[in-house]
Design a protein around this ligand. Sequence first.
Ligand SMILES: CC(C)c1ccc(C(=O)O)c(O)c1O
Ligand SMILES: [Fe+2]
Length: 298
Amino acid sequence: MTAPFRYRRLSYVALDVSDLEQSLGFYRDLVGLTVDRRHDDTAYLRCSELPQNLVLREGDTPGLARAAFELESQADLDRAFTYLDDEGFAPEWLTAEEAGELKVGAALRFREPGCGLHFEFHVEPELQDDFEAGHTAIARLGHVVLNVADFATVEGSLVGKLNFLISDHVPGKIAFLRAFPNKYHHSFAILTGPSDGYNHVNFMVSDIDDVGRAINRMKKAEVPIVFGPGRHEPSGSIFLYFLDPDGMTTEYSFGMEEFEEEGARPPRELEAKPEVLDTWGSIPDPRFGKGGAILAHA
Ligand SMILES: CC(C)c1ccc(C(=O)O)c(O)c1O
Ligand SMILES: [Fe+2]
């Protein structure tokens, strides 16, 4: 462990979409998120007690604008700022107004140079303890995945500098990363690809029936299902992937391996073969994980 800060969890992801009304309808009515609030061209949706798990903004290019992680304390955030600055990540504090819009106590942002993604670290999100799920028992925002052209550099930065631990990997091709000391098998993953891009966002559901019901709901709404249902070997989860109105991929998954902070098993080296991605034998549609850029702006 090199960096002097501890993650609490993946808090939210921000996507630019081509048509806010259309995407809002998709993530609310089909994925099952709740719209918490809207300001101008931006909507804040949630599936948990956090003030947002997905931020949607209308923009010219659909894609991933940022991934936001909650750190354990203000002291972690302060140490992270100094460390990131020293390491050349050029972090910037959000203004009080921006942090207020996000309903967090304080926040910083920086751009990871290897993949170009903006990361946000924040603390003290305003929690709504009586939050109730909609038609789907989404437990939490699970993970976000990127396609990266320079896999070794990005993996080196995330693991060597930003406190992610490898839970499992296909060496040089896929890395499933947990945000230490968060217990979930992965909150972030990278796949090698010809160019940098957004692969998918995942929501973890707490009932296997939510996956089954989603198959029929998506089919009825003519939403393309692009992979699954199946079971991932790495995390052990049952999954389903489908496309949003801009062709960006969303995953539902049920179940995931958890790790203790101390004494966790070492990372496994997995083979680069289709059965690792789905032990039930389905094959991804060519559109899986292809829609959406990693955006130059946060
Ligand atoms: C097919 C993608 C890259 C994938 C593979 C495995 C898991 C898992 O073990 O949970 C995922 O979540 C994935 O998105
Ligand atoms: Fe996933």
